[in-house]
Write a protein that binds this ligand. Structure first.
Ligand code: PGA
Length: 252
């Protein structure tokens, strides 16, 4: 369904400015987008992209870097112009200046039309770890122990190889997107999804700030929805809002 929303927005606006996320959850989304490019001619030639985050100190050819991830899972398999793809530069000699420039480039492109998001077990969106300011902008952040435990698998389980800092769009940057869609899959996300959706807005759970967003959709599978109290109400909205009618078809 997330891939279908992206495809619909891209078809309606071929110049779409797309905010992209990484992580295990997104792999299925990118697989479907690649399939839609191959079978339905989904066209990325004019699309511009901005990734949420990148590790500090990893060059683009390092398999743990998010530039490598994006090339591997999406960019090399669709007709996107790599010059239109932006990932924060974790190798920049002046990280703060590079972050400022990232924000300026987003503004120059007209802002992010559709921001894709995952959620960390500690509630992060991007790498906005607990206590990130709700108005924060792109900057360097120290990764939380929970994030290091979650992502060390991408570094063969070797903590010494995993960077301890990353550049990330801020919560404020994400809230400035015109639309955002967050995807969570699996029981290990059930607790944090319940906190983000039904709990108070708090800097301790960055994703809870999405309650302030004017057009945000959260998509969960059955396992990730297990701790939500108001599932019947969410289902009712999905069944009755015209926006979602076309997504009722199986496999949409
Ligand atoms: P995951 O990461 O998809 O690998 O669970 C999501 C995130 O940490 O934002």
């Amino acid at each position: 369904m997330v891939a279908r929303v992206i495809a619909k927005e891209l078809r309606a606006n071929p110049n779409l400015v797309l905010g992209l996320a990484t992580g295990g959850t997104m792999e299925s989304v990118y697989k479907l987008l690649v399939e839609m490019h191959r079978t339905e001619g989904l066209d990325f030639s004019l699309c511009r992209t901005f990734n949420l985050d990148e590790y500090v100190g990893l060059p683009p050819d390092n398999e743990g870097s998010y530039r490598f991830y994006m090339n591997h899972h999406l960019f090399h398999h669709v007709n996107i112009d790599l010059r239109n793809t932006h990932v924060p530069d974790g190798m920049a000699s002046d990280l703060a200046a590079s972050c400022r420039q990232y924000e300026e480039t987003i503004v120059k492109m007209g802002g992010i039309d559709l921001q894709l998001l995952g959620i960390g077990r500690d509630g992060h969106i991007g790498f906005n770890e607990p206590l990130s300011a709700l108005r924060s902008r792109t900057r360097a952040k120290a990764l939380s122990p929970a994030t290091i435990a979650q992502n060390v698998r991408y570094f063969d389980g070797d903590r010494s190889r995993m960077p301890k800092r990353a550049l990330t769009m801020g919560v404020g940057t994400i809230l400035d997107s015109k639309r955002c869609i967050m995807l969570a899959i699996g029981e290990e996300k059930a607790d944090v999804i319940a906190k983000a959706v039904e709990g108070p807005i708090t800097g301790m759970i960055s994703a809870s700030a999405l309650q302030l967003h004017s057009h945000c959709t959260i998509v969960v599978d059955g396992d990730a929805s297990l701790k939500l109290k108001e599932v019947d109400y969410y289902r009712w909205i999905f069944d009755n809002e015209p926006e979602w009618q076309e997504f009722h078809k199986p496999h949409a």
